[in-house]
Design a protein around this ligand. Structure first.
Ligand SMILES: [Zn+2]
Length: 356
């Protein structure tokens, strides 16, 4: 059974030192680590010289990824950068330079291994004109399937942009015209500095960020204006699926606050009467009951396997939970493990060879 993992992250082995080049901070750097024999065994990501995250070799060595995919039974990985690399906070030209470097790396791997890797680019969302230009390059020159974007966009002198922002709509319009898939990933978590203990930014902030992104796109009318735009939200849509009742109630009782740009009931964007939801989610919810609920809410045609490889909050054996669910038919499993991904990415199964 073909397995496509739509949610994986990768870094290049090295990238330009933009802090040194441009003279201001917050840029991420990677210092490779070596074992006693001198072989590279992993790396440490730094921000302003301070440790951010240690990564294993599989984060930036694609040969190791391919070996691990083989042993884990993953046929295809969809590659996207690590969200901390979005760098929307920086000067747009500088974010563009970093984005181009990251995208060139992913594009090259996809050209070398077209049956194993599919690329999603990163673009400077804080500057829609530059973002659209790089989006076009990703699609037309690098042969990518789309882009990965953040759940909101930092703005240095104004409030951050949500995905309902008119300026962001221009990017969605361009993605629609180019046939680009849009994968929305939480990052820069709300409340991060108020809940430092217990890993709460990752456990509470990330799901809230994704709900923020889904609600912004629904209430901003993006799905109505671009019904064919293919958008997928990470981590099963975050906390959105489990708060839809509250969200709809708010829409009913305070339309003066909620339904100001879009009068449609938020439930109508979810599966009903044989029609699937208006957007996609990955299946990374770590709970069989939650996945069952998610399939009922979205329809199996809108849920795609994603593991968050190679990070510890991901699913160690991609698709393992789906495989283990005896109440799902083989047809449903095929859909979750590959069929939905193919549709979201607008790719043909033939690209990846005969199913095993
Ligand atoms: Zn992720």
């Amino acid at each position: 059974m073909l397995k496509i993992d739509i949610h994986t992250h990768i870094l290049p082995p090295k990238w330009p030192d933009l802090a040194e080049k441009y003279g201001y901070g917050r840029w991420v750097s990677l210092v490779q680590q070596h074992d006693a024999a001198g072989a590279c065994c992993g790396g440490r990501m730094l921000i302003d010289g301070e440790p951010f995250r240690d990564v294993k070799l599989n984060c930036f060595d694609h040969a190791v990824r391919l070996q691990e995919c083989d042993s884990l039974g993953v046929d295809v990985q969809v590659l996207s950068t690590v969200p901390i690399m979005f760098s929307y906070w920086a000067k747009p030209d500088h974010t563009l330079e970093l984005s181009r470097h990251l995208n060139d790396h992913i594009g090259e791997l996809c050209r070398e291994h077209p049956s194993r890797f599919v690329g999603l680019g990163t673009i400077p969302m804080q500057a829609p004109d530059l973002a659209i230009r790089e989006l076009e390059r990703c699609m037309k020159e690098l042969g990518m399937a789309g882009v990965q974007i953040g759940s909101h966009i930092e703005q240095p002198r104004t409030a951050d942009w949500n995905l309902s922002e008119p300026a962001v709509f221009e990017i969605f319009e361009a993605a629609h015209e180019l046939g680009a898939a849009v994968f929305v990933h939480p990052w820069d978590m709300m409340g991060e500095h108020d809940m430092g203990r217990y890993w709460l930014p990752w456990l509470v902030g990330m799901p809230a960020e994704t709900a923020r992104a889904v609600c912004s796109m629904i209430f901003g009318g993006v799905f109505d204006r671009l019904p064919d735009l293919r958008v997928c939200f990470a981590h099963g849509g975050g906390s959105f699926p489990y708060t839809i009742g509250r969200i709809e109630h708010g829409w009913r009782c305070r339309p003066d606050l909620v339904a100001v740009d879009n009068e449609r009931n938020p439930w109508s964007y979810l599966a009903e009467e044989g029609k699937p939801a208006s957007f996609y989610v990955d299946a990374l919810v770590h709970s069989r009951n939650t996945l069952r609920y998610l399939i009922a809410l979205m329809d199996e045609r809108r849920v795609a396997m994603g593991s968050d490889y190679p990070f510890p909050l991901g699913e160690a054996k991609p698709g393992g939970m789906i495989d283990s669910m005896y109440d799902l038919t083989d047809t449903t499993k095929r859909r979750l493990l590959a069929g939905t991904a193919l549709e979201f990415l607008d790719l043909s199964e033939e690209r990846f060879g005969p199913a095993t």
